[in-house]
Design a protein around this ligand. Structure first.
Ligand SMILES: NC(=O)c1ccc[n+]([C@@H]2O[C@H](COP(=O)([O-])OP(=O)(O)OC[C@H]3O[C@@H](n4cnc5c(N)ncnc54)[C@H](O)[C@@H]3O)[C@@H](O)[C@H]2O)c1
Length: 308
């Protein structure tokens, strides 16, 4: 298996120390927007390519949309093109439920809901997603797209809502909550998503889109209160901040296609998932500290005695 990653601010080799020594694992530090690098690595030959690489943080996309276009659109195009020319037999494009835009109080997104992205992040993810499907329709290239809801769990970079709140609460800092806190997300524990992606990569039908939802719809404010209870911290840490422009109100995914076709359903509910996530961050304060201070960039070098 080859892990191809540019190690942007969000990439952290510290997370994969347990597989670094395995002969079956190789790491390539390169940018998916670099067609030459993608072509060189793709020439090694693969049974399946899964494109997780992305600029993924909506807030950052408001300040630097061009970076999102480069990675999420051009990068996806480079991977698709190189994989197609090498005859890779399966390509999984990791997309997001954010491509569907925002829901009212009722209903769920299905795989046939029209795409209506709201942010530069979701618009560029929609472009990558549609490009992948176009490679199937135009060239018969065997692509599958997954659209998952909000992930959370161990190792998540602490700019995303749950690890940010855990890490702030640990330090007694305020927890910023956008608007009235009533934006609803459908939370998916990361291990459930990994199981879904594996099942899709192995047995999914090519040319298809699969929604992957956690079946756990919770307003942000309720989620944060539950997390504070789990941590024994006071609700007075919650601070409401001005809402993000274009902030989608509600996401909810209908994942019945994935359940019907591949027998997948999420196993970890929000209470267990939050408990496990809080526990992980509490037991891995060194990891969190290295990420927050930027020292994770040097950790690999200290550990292995060579640069990343
Ligand atoms: N986190 C979520 O809740 C969520 C939900 C739905 C879909 N997704 C999608 O899942 C995927 C992974 O999300 P994440 O939250 O782990 O993201 P992340 O931002 O935490 O990590 C992104 C990874 O991609 C790498 N990367 C970024 N730009 C690159 C480039 N140009 N070339 C090579 N590597 C590059 C980074 O170094 C990092 O390792 C993304 O495609 C994202 O859009 C995430």
């Amino acid at each position: 298996m080859t892990n191809f990653d540019a190690l942007t601010y969000a990439g952290n080799r510290d997370n994969l120390l347990d597989v670094e020594g395995d002969d079956r694992y190789a790491f390539e530090r390169a940018d998916i927007a670099d067609a030459e690098a993608v072509g060189r690595v793709m020439a090694k030959g693969f049974d399946v390519v899964v494109n997780f690489a992305a600029e993924s943080h909506v807030d950052r996309s408001l300040y630097d949309p061009a970076r999102f276009v480069r990675t999420n659109v051009l990068g996806a195009q480079n991977l698709l093109e190189a994989a197609r020319s090498q005859g890779v037999p399966r390509f999984v494009q990791i997309s997001t439920d954010e491509v569907y835009g925002s829901l009212g109080p009722e209903g769920k997104f299905t795989e046939t809901t029209p795409l209506a992205p709201s942010s530069p992040y979701s618009a560029t993810k929609a472009a990558g997603d549609l490009l992948a499907l176009a490679f199937f329709k135009t060239f018969g290239f065997p692509v599958i797209v997954t659209r998952s809801s909000n992930n959370y769990g161990p190792y998540q970079f602490p700019e995303k809502l749950i690890p940010l709140c855990i890490s702030n609460a640990m330090e007694g800092k305020n927890l910023p909550v956008y608007g009235d806190g009533m934006n609803v997300r459908d939370w998916l524990f990361v291990e459930d998503n990994c199981e879904a992606i594996l099942a899709i990569a192995e047995k999914g039908r090519v040319g298809e889109v699969y929604n992957v939802g956690g079946g756990c719809e919770v307003p942000n404010i309720e989620l944060i209160k539950a997390m504070l209870r789990e941590m024994n911290k006071p609700e007075s840490l919650i601070t409401f901040v001005t809402d993000r422009p274009g902030h989608d109100r509600r996401y909810a995914l209908d994942s019945s296609k994935l359940t019907r076709e591949l027998g997948w359903s999420p196993r970890v509910g929000i209470s267990e998932g939050l408990r496990r996530t809080v526990e992980w961050f509490s037991q891995n304060r060194g990891w969190l500290e290295r990420v927050r201070s930027g020292a994770y960039r040097d950790f690999y070098e200290q550990h292995y005695g060579r640069k990343l």
